[in-house]
Design a binder for this molecule. Sequence first.
Ligand SMILES: Cc1ncc(COP(=O)(O)O)c(C=O)c1O
Length: 369
Amino acid sequence: MMSTAETERVLGSDYMHWAKTTHARARFNLANSGMRPYPFARLNVAPSDLELSGPSFYGYAPLQEAIARKCGVAADCVVAANGTSMANHLALAALVRPGDEVLIEHPAYELLVSTALYLGARVRRFARKADEAFRLDPAEIERELTPRTRVVVVTNLHNPSGALADEGTLREIGEMAGRAGARVLVDEVYLDATAGAPPRTSLHLGEQFVVTNSLTKVYGLGGLRCGWILAEPELARRMWRLNDLFGAMQPHPAELLSIVALAHLDEIGAESRALLDANRPVFNRFLASREDLDAPPVTDGTVSFPRLNGGNVDRLSELLAEKYETSIVPGRFFEMPEHFRVGIALDTDVLTEGLARLSSALDVLKRMG
Ligand SMILES: Cc1ncc(COP(=O)(O)O)c(C=O)c1O
């Protein structure tokens, strides 16, 4: 598909600005892709459990070990970062030099594209097709790989569609990238939101894989900014050294709280899973009731990315904000303006009411023609 490399240096994110200034205010926030915030009180932390400063230089060893345990990898593969946001930035910065090609899925989480452009990469794209439920197709990647491709970037689960890529597909992509001398960056920030047991991290699929993740989306723990990169130890060491130019160290109180959260992650994750299991049928019933929306039923994850047939998504979004106290993410932020993203990881009654409002706004839009 689109093969022209984009090279314009980007110095901000329209999507992030919109997300911070606009959608966060809506009472029925269907724009949020993550789990409702997990309350601090439920972590049962006493002030005496915390300390302001500690021995966190190239990571705080107990947290390094806790993340490594969660991911089933060795601690020297783990690089701490400020959320998946900084993990993606640091991973790309370590892998890409100005002028290198980065091959990114389309549609994509905007920050992946803008970060690569900020770093001076030439960005090429490969398609995840709406009429194939946005599946990850190795043939699409093969078509766009060139000898200058340094990194192939994918999300699993896919943001914005929630599509899950299986291990065989990822392995095939890894082998293809390996032959071309490229790495595969897999952003797994939604991976633990699969309907069944979460698959293992792609780091296990080979040395060319680099993985980013955090406790934000599936666990509602974004405030901890507990993110990480998984990479083979030599690359991980390079990332630590590069991070000295960025964040240098993580805030120690957040490291201590993250250790507590990781110790309870199974229970926190079980709650997320139960909420998503309850909400997917609610959303799928809504979807089935709308002839003006095209999307496969949600089977995994926290989001859906329907196509609005015969309507204007930006008008829908404005109408929702003005009259219905409801927000969605317009598809233009994912370079597919006829689609929009809906998040389903809200309390079930809030989701139900938000979807009722979305239905009313869609009906109004249809009457307006
Ligand atoms: C694919 C993807 N990666 C990373 C992030 C940022 O996550 P974090 O809060 O861990 O920085 C998001 C947030 O929307 C996302 O959708």
